[in-house]
Write a protein that binds this ligand. Sequence first.
Ligand code: AQP
Length: 333
Amino acid sequence: MGKKIFSGVQPTGNLHLGNYLGAITNFVELSNDNTNDCFFCVVDLHAITVNQDPKELRNNIRETVATFIASGIDPKKNTIFNQSRVSAHSEAAWILSCVARMGWLNRMTQFKEKAGKDKEKASIGLYSYPVLMAADILLYDTSHVPVGDDQKQHLELCRNIAQKFNSDFKKDDFLKIPEPLIQKDFSRIMSLKDGLKKMSKSELSDSSRINLTDTEDLIINKVKKAKTDPLPMPSTIDELENRPEAKNLLGIYSCLTNTKLENSIKNFSKKNFSDFKEILSQVLVDKIVPISQEIKKLLNDQNYLDKILLDGSEKANKIASEKVKKIHEIIGF
Ligand code: AQP
């Protein structure tokens, strides 16, 4: 029997190489296995945990769908939809927020990172976001969730919530406990400006990331300017320990060319960063530019993208509303 896959991407613009290598390539691989049943969700309810411009949000929702398709997800074989169209997600999130414990949420490091020093001013949604994520996953009896390494803790919370619900209401296996699917190597792609910071959409500096809509010139320029250190390229894995930028760039190269990190290190050992960067740029251009061009082409046909979301949400709605109905029965509504 195949896997039941669910994963989401926030339509917050600037989808980047981190989203691609950490999550989307995994979505594509899983969706190519016909035995799997895959749900890929544009998580717009998650996006509004921080301020969004309504017009931009609408465009970003379409751009996320276009990115899924341009990366190789077939909308005919997989369910692509946006979360806000399926009201069961918000409903289940409320119910599960009465199951989740404050102590569990207080431990979530992503909230601490995103809220920063000013956590009094962060939205309640940003704090309770992982409960909505748990609802997203649990409504579909998901068996596997492909995510980047930064989501590991949220997935653990989702498992705890499901276990507590099942045990509180003595309904073994009612909420299926999902397994994370995290890339083995380089599950966290770092900023091009700081090898210790995650590559992120919300980072102000555009040169910190390779966007999936970047042109050839932009990619070449960003790689040229990417931070490195003054030493020649490393010649052993141990050397990478204290050289986060070298580790990140070699990791990106290895992921894109399907090369073992050890072999990439061997290939570029003691070379200048500038020689390596030229090769890395070309690899990135070859992978990203066709996706970027396809995204732009798809965005010209908004009706097509809207239809995919409409069809997907109808399918998702049937499954999710049925599950919420059962949850209502269990809890005594
Ligand atoms: N740098 C990354 N490396 C590997 N995987 C990553 N993901 C995100 N950044 C990296 C994975 O991409 C999927 C979709 O992410 P998301 O859009 O839902 O939100 P996020 O994790 O909050 O992504 P960002 O870029 O960091 O957004 P902002 O800046 O808005 O916070 C997830 O599976 C995630 O793990």
